[in-house]
Write a protein that binds this ligand. Structure first.
Ligand code: 5GP
Ligand code: ZN
Length: 117
């Protein structure tokens, strides 16, 4: 847990969230300010600031997050590929548009138009 990290507080349950999925290592919850009809975030429970800090020791965790995303997207209402689908985004650093510095994957989908993106 990193001090003053909003996503660590969500993982710890100190800030409420609408949960999509949880296991030992990963939490997924709805974005509080959705860009799309389906918009949830997937985070590792352990604090990693961004993709800039990942190394070989994170390969299995990141692989699990990415392979889980399509399953959760369908579960949350994205239509199947190819008519439906989803967008996966990980903003990294200031110029990458990252606002919360706890690694997270945005999963967005649902009928267009979207609010953004
Ligand atoms: P970033 O710009 O860092 O890639 O995205 C951060 C995302 O976290 C934004 O889409 C924002 O709406 C979402 N967010 C920020 N604070 C909270 C919060 O307290 N709860 C939830 N559920 N989402 C949050
Ligand atoms: Zn954190």
């Amino acid at each position: 847990m990193s001090d003053n990290c909003i996503f660590c507080k969500i993982v710890a349950g100190a800030i409420p969230s609408r949960k999509v999925y949880e296991d030992e290592d990963i939490l997924a919850f709805h974005d509080v300010n959705p860009w799309a009809p389906v918009h949830f975030l997937m985070v590792p429970k352990r604090h990693i600031p961004s993709m800039a800090q990942v190394g070989p020791e994170h390969a299995a965790l990141l692989g699990r997050m990415l392979t889980l995303a399509p399953q959760l997207a369908l579960q949350e209402g994205c239509r199947p590929y190819p008519e439906g689908g989803f967008r996966i985004v990980t903003n990294t650093g200031a110029e990458g548009g990252q606002e919360v510095h706890h690694l997270h994957v945005h999963v967005m989908g649902g009928p267009r138009p979207w609010a953004r993106g």
